[in-house]
Design a protein around this ligand. Structure first.
Ligand SMILES: Nc1ncnc2c1ncn2[C@@H]1O[C@H](COP(=O)(O)OP(=O)(O)OP(=O)(O)O)[C@@H](O)[C@H]1O
Ligand SMILES: [Mg+2]
Length: 268
């Protein structure tokens, strides 16, 4: 949003930016419960899968988890490029761990497992987060459960957190992937926002930038929810467009017609 548009509504900043600090995330009771569950999984040295539609807030939940885990006890590694073959996947993991990547797949794998064992000796528990895991190559997926085996599969030295769209859950449930699936002790589905959540999220975002009045009419909120279908990313986008439209027409309130216009300009 432009400075003039922000000023028009008497706000301190654009309300729906993705540049929100980890400590300032919207965490209603339902989301706080999920953060606690993920933290408990890491503390129990277990592994999990997190599934949800685009924009429902999977990454933001992980950012809240990152904030909740002590860096002294946990070593979080985040891998976001899941589209790599097995060797490049391990090379990426080596880089993320600060190791010098070797040439062969076997050497890369060895370096990662060696590092995980060393961390255990230093009493640091590694947590590997693999984002966009629905895109993982099958040969990488086939190998992941082997990465979780330590000392004849008798030690849990590593927590693996696979994050992806709902189709990841379907894929993991296939017979071929059962070795991995059975090692993911917890499976969490992040639901899209309910209409009440959407209203609360809007209030939260607007409150953060100094707005303590309703800026969207109830009709506008209902339409926004319908258009965004519970995706926070879509709420951010559509609500910003609607605010800009209202500012352009010198309105202090976002109304139903603004949302109708926004939906027409960008059908979703
Ligand atoms: N807890 C939250 N507090 C504030 N804003 C949030 C929160 N969760 C999500 N958002 C907003 O929604 C946007 C999308 O969230 P996020 O990137 O976490 O979704 P995602 O589920 O990882 O989506 P994708 O599957 O497309 O990667 C964020 O950039 C942020 O603007
Ligand atoms: Mg994401």
């Amino acid at each position: 949003m432009t400075t003039a548009e922000i000023k028009h509504f008497g706000l301190k900043a654009g309300p729906f930016t993705k540049e929100i600090d980890d400590t300032e995330l919207w965490l209603p009771t339902s989301k706080r419960g999920i953060v606690e569950e993920i933290v408990e999984v890491a503390q129990a040295r277990e592994s999990m899968g997190i599934f949800g539609d685009p924009g429902v807030g999977k990454n933001c939940l992980l950012r809240a988890v990152r904030h909740a885990l002590s860096p002294k006890e946990f070593r979080l590694t985040y891998c976001q490029n899941a589209t790599l073959g097995r060797r490049d996947f391990y090379r990426q993991l080596c880089q993320a761990l600060g190791l010098t990547p070797s040439a062969t797949a076997a050497a890369l794998f060895h370096a990662v497992t060696q590092h995980v064992s060393e961390l255990a000796q230093q009493r640091q528990h590694p947590v590997f987060i693999l984002d966009e895991a629905h895109l993982l190559h099958q040969d990488t997926l086939d190998h992941l459960h082997i990465l979780m085996n330590y000392e004849w599969d008798s030690k849990a030295l590593l927590s693996l957190i696979l994050v992806g769209l709902p189709e990841l859950l379907e894929r993991l449930a296939l017979k071929r992937n059962r070795s991995l699936f059975t090692r993911l002790h917890h499976r969490v589905i992040i639901d899209p926002l309910t209409p009440e959540d959407t209203a609360e999220y809007l209030r939260f975002r607007l409150g953060r930038v100094g707005c303590d009045r309703e800026l969207f009419t109830a009709d506008a909120v209902a339409l926004l929810h319908e258009a965004a279908q519970g995706s926070m990313r879509d709420i951010d986008r559509l609500a910003t467009r609607a605010l800009r439209l209202a500012a352009r027409t010198k309105k202090k309130l976002v109304e139903k017609d603004h949302l109708i216009a926004v939906r027409q300009e960008a059908p979703s």
